[in-house]
Design a protein around this ligand. Structure first.
Ligand SMILES: NC(=O)c1ccc[n+]([C@@H]2O[C@H](COP(=O)([O-])OP(=O)(O)OC[C@H]3O[C@@H](n4cnc5c(N)ncnc54)[C@H](O)[C@@H]3O)[C@@H](O)[C@H]2O)c1
Length: 272
């Protein structure tokens, strides 16, 4: 599937990976890119992309991806203005790291990871990306129905592609019980939607990035990265957001890609 002339929705578009994906989609000729983020920096990010591209290609939508009304509103506006959305990269994500169970050495009581925080991480990292993807598939199915098209077949052009953002943490990572669970669960969603959405001409896949140099990671601090991340990373450096964006564009364009791709710079943490 060509990116040229396609309409894309990217969430987390003010962040490191989401923004890099938007830039790469624009470089590859996307006709319109909806940049969605909670952070108001998304407006400046869209302005910069438009300035560099010399055309009004990016449009910022500031809001919470877990808000269904906001999601439907974004799609309503884009579909009305630019037509069917073909590409969705739901990249918005948060971390709320803590041990699953931690003993309080003063009281001898065990503290469990807070349920409310677990639900928040699940809402943002797991449920919201699935609904942003399903919104695209739903509208694609309606568009195909209107065009008199039934089950998609290989003689037709591919209509769309969705790339979920997993993580190396999906294999389990100390201190990331909620994040790791949400990212592992996304795999089930990606493979189920791959099997269902192809009926409507849409492919789904998931990328598992390793430690990538973005604000979410920078929040861990340089010392933590130097001590706990780089020694277990064969490449000996953090991944650049543009490298993940390039892999995501490969996943969008190469029709043989389904399932998962690991872009982890050879991250293999020690057992202890
Ligand atoms: N950086 C890494 O090392 C790494 C590794 C593996 C996976 N990932 C995943 O990549 C994706 C992008 O992360 P990043 O590294 O670019 O981090 P980032 O913090 O730079 O970007 C995440 C963006 O999501 C936005 N966001 C968070 N909650 C939101 C909400 N409810 N509604 C709308 N926007 C919201 C934030 O404002 C932020 O701009 C995330 O899903 C993350 O889990 C990152």
């Amino acid at each position: 599937m060509k990116i040229n002339d396609k309409v894309a929705v990217v969430t987390g578009a003010s962040g490191g990976i989401g923004r890099a994906v938007c830039e790469e989609l624009v470089k590859r000729g996307a006709s319109h890119v909806a940049m969605v983020d909670l952070d108001d920096g998304v407006v400046a990010a869209a302005d910069r992309i438009n300035g560099e591209a010399g055309r009004e290609v990016a449009k910022a939508y500031q809001g919470d991806t877990t808000d269904s009304e906001f999601r439907r509103g974004v799609y309503d506006e884009i579909c009305a203005a630019y037509g069917q959305v073909n590409i969705c990269v739901p990249a918005a994500g948060i971390v709320r790291d803590a041990l699953a169970v931690k003993i309080d050495k003063e009281t001898g009581k065990a503290n469990l990871y807070p349920e409310e925080t677990f639900r928040l991480v699940t809402e943002v990292n797991y449920i919201a990306p699935i609904y942003w993807a399903m919104e695209m598939i739903g509208r694609m199915s309606e568009s195909r129905f209107k065009r008199g098209l039934g089950k998609w077949g290989p003689a037709q052009n591919m209509e769309g592609a969705i790339v979920f953002i997993g993580s190396v943490a999906s294999q389990g990572n100390k201190g990331q019980i909620s994040y790791a669970s949400a990212k592992a669960a996304l795999e089930g969603a990606a493979s189920t939607l791959m099997k269902e959405a192809i009926f409507h001409g849409v492919r789904c896949s998931i990328i598992h990035p390793g430690f990538t140099d973005t604000p979410i990671l920078q929040a861990m601090g340089e010392e933590y990265v130097a001590k706990h991340v780089l020694p277990d990373t064969q490449l000996g450096r953090l991944i650049k957001p543009e490298e993940i964006a390039d892999a995501i564009c490969f996943m969008i364009t190469n029709q043989a890609v389904s399932g998962e791709i690991w872009a982890d710079a050879g991250w293999h943490p020690a057992a202890a």
